[in-house]
Every structure is written in C-alpha cells, then in structure tokens.
Design a protein around this ligand. Structure first.
Ligand code: AKG
Length: 324
C-alpha cells in the first residue's frame, strides 16, 4: 500500500523546522516549568519523563485492554482536507463504531484501519490497568500540574490520521508512547487568521461541528480561499513528538496532530486546569468555546429527546454524550 508522502516519517523529519523548545525533565522543577512555560502559556516538549515505560506496541496494549470495548471514530471520506471548509462533521462528530480493542488491533494489522482511517480518539483508560501506568502517576507532580480535569485518554490509529487544526479549553499533556506524531501549532492570537468554524454552525450540527476547529488545512494551505492564513503562517511552529516524549500544549494554542509512518501510532493525553487563572480569564478562545457549547444546546437537547423515544436508546445517548 502506498502511503501519502506527507506521512512518511523520514521525509517529514527532514523538512520540519522543529521550532518548539525541548527540555529534559532533569532540568525542570515545578517552579521552572511554571515560570518558563505554564504562566506565559508556551508549548514545550519534555523528554525523560516516560523513559521507564515499555514500548506501547499493539501486543502490549492488547495484553492490557484487549477485552475492553471502546468507541472508535470512522472518518470514511468525511475528513478530506481539500473539502474541510465544507465539512459538516469534525473530530468526535464523525461516524462512531464500538468494538473491543482486540478487534480494532486486527483492523490495524490487516490495513483496514488505515484504509478507512478508523481512529481511537478520547479512549478513556479509566477502569483499565493502563491508567495505573507508573509514569502517569508522577507527571503532574513533576511539572507542578495539580488539578487534572480529565483522566487519561488514548489517541491511536494508523499513520494516515490527522486530528484537524483545533484548540482546547484546558492545558494538555500529550504523551507519545509508540511511533511519532507531527504537531503543527499556532498561538491563540492567530484565531481569526485561521478561520475558525463560525459559532452559528452549532445550531445546525450541535457538537458534531465544533467552532474550536479551523476551516484551513495545514498540509495544503489554500491562500486564495483563506488569504489571512498567510499572516498565521508567519507564526507557525512545528514539532515531531517522538516516542516517550511529552508535548505540553497550553489552552488556546491551535494544533493539528498528524500520525507519522506506516505503523500504529499511540499517545495518551490528559487535560489540566489552566494556571494562573488570569491566563484562562483573559482568553477569548475559551469564552468562544463556551458560547459554542451553549449554541449547541438546543440541537443536543433535541437529539437526546429523539434518542429517548427511538430505538437503540442506550447507544444513541452514549454517542451524544461522547461528543460533548
Ligand atoms: O493525538 C491526537 O490525535 C489528537 C490529540 C489532541 O488533539 C488533543 O489531545 O487535544
């Protein structure tokens, strides 16, 4: 099977500027991390924090959670970069499928996960032995991140996958555990040069189309349709997050996460409360997302009512909740 060149590990590594700082955990204390990265809200790759972890290859993950059922995203043709501006679903809004992890592993092994771009996004590790991973217990303490707002969620799939350019409301630690991901970043200030999906779309698509996603493609920038993107590109940062490295992504930073190589790629992320609170309070991106959530409420409420009175109630409700 021929993979697109953009996902070829070596060619990507040769081309990218790797402009995000990289520091080893031995030279960081919670105070230094707070001063240099957390307070000003600056992304950084931290090495050495996961060095005692085994390689999370498919056999290892299957042994730990093979029998566990997860919700997978099947992107089919919905996520076509050249048509992103016309898409009616993004991220968790795409078609959802449930299966045991061991069944998904088979789809990865036989290439079907690659062909359809079937991805495990936001796969909760709570109630699995993987949540007890020793390094996960200490990461918060080492960086002085004291207030988690989520558990540990797995993001894994074949080397075809791209998350789409978006930002999050919380600070994120993205821990790479097998393979590598390229991350393209833009600072929060570039929000309107990145053409975020307009808020009103939430009225028609609920949370299937999120206003925290951009309409532009980072891989094929279309400057004719999106002329202000040229200004954003001056602020673009790129980094390859290698296996056993952790990328800190402050709230509001736009990021497009692209799985590299021919194999399965796996990471685990956790979201943390934004500190200091002034960084959260002064962030228009965060207010915008909250407004988007409220705009999505009528659609979401109607969908929930529809699910209550339709067939397959439990699954439909769980799909709606997954997207919130
Ligand atoms: O790794 C991925 O596919 C996406 C991760 C991400 O965007 C996130 O954790 O916010």
């Amino acid at each position: 099977m021929n993979k697109p060149t953009i996902n070829n590990y070596d060619s990507v590594i040769d081309k990218i500027s790797d402009s995000v700082p990289r520091v080893n955990i031995s030279s960081l204390t919670p105070k230094i991390f707070a001063q240099r990265y957390q307070k000003p809200g600056i992304p950084v790759v931290i090495t050495g924090m996961l060095e005692n972890e085994p390689d999370w290859n498919l056999d290892y993950i299957c042994e730990k959670i093979g029998d566990q059922e997860f919700i997978f995203r099947n992107y089919h043709l919905e996520k076509n970069d050249s048509q992103q501006q016309e898409a009616t679903v993004v991220g968790s809004g795409v078609a959802l499928e449930r299966m045991k992890f061991s069944e998904y592993a088979e789809l990865l092994r036989n290439g079907k996960a690659y062909e359809s771009d079937i991805y495990l996004g936001k796969g909760p590790l709570k109630n699995t032995t993987l949540a007890q991973t020793p390094s996960f217990q200490t990461i918060g303490k080492q960086l002085g991140l004291t207030k988690p707002v989520t558990g540990f969620n797995m993001y894994m799939g074949a080397g075809i996958h791209k998350s789409g350019l978006h930002y999050d409301l919380m600070d994120n630690t993205l821990m790479q555990l097998h393979g590598a991901k390229k991350v393209v970043l833009f600072p929060p200030s570039q929000i309107y040069n990145l053409y975020p999906i307009e808020l009103y779309h939430h009225f028609f698509h609920g949370m299937k189309l999120r206003s925290c996603f951009s309409r532009v493609s980072t891989q094929k920038p279309d400057l004719e349709t999106f002329p202000k993107l040229e200004q954003a590109l001056e602020h673009k940062q790129e980094v390859i997050v290698h296996s056993h490295e952790t990328l800190y992504i402050p709230s509001g930073w736009w990021h497009d996460v692209i799985a590299l190589g021919d194999e399965m790629v796996c990471s685990v992320s956790r979201f943390w409360r934004v500190y200091p609170s002034t960084r959260a309070l002064l962030s228009w991106s965060r207010y915008r997302s909250v407004i988007g959530f409220f705009c999505a409420m009528p659609y979401t409420t109607l969908s929930l009512i529809g699910a209550l009175f339709g067939s397959n109630k439990k699954q439909k409700i769980s799909d709606i909740l997954y997207r919130i």
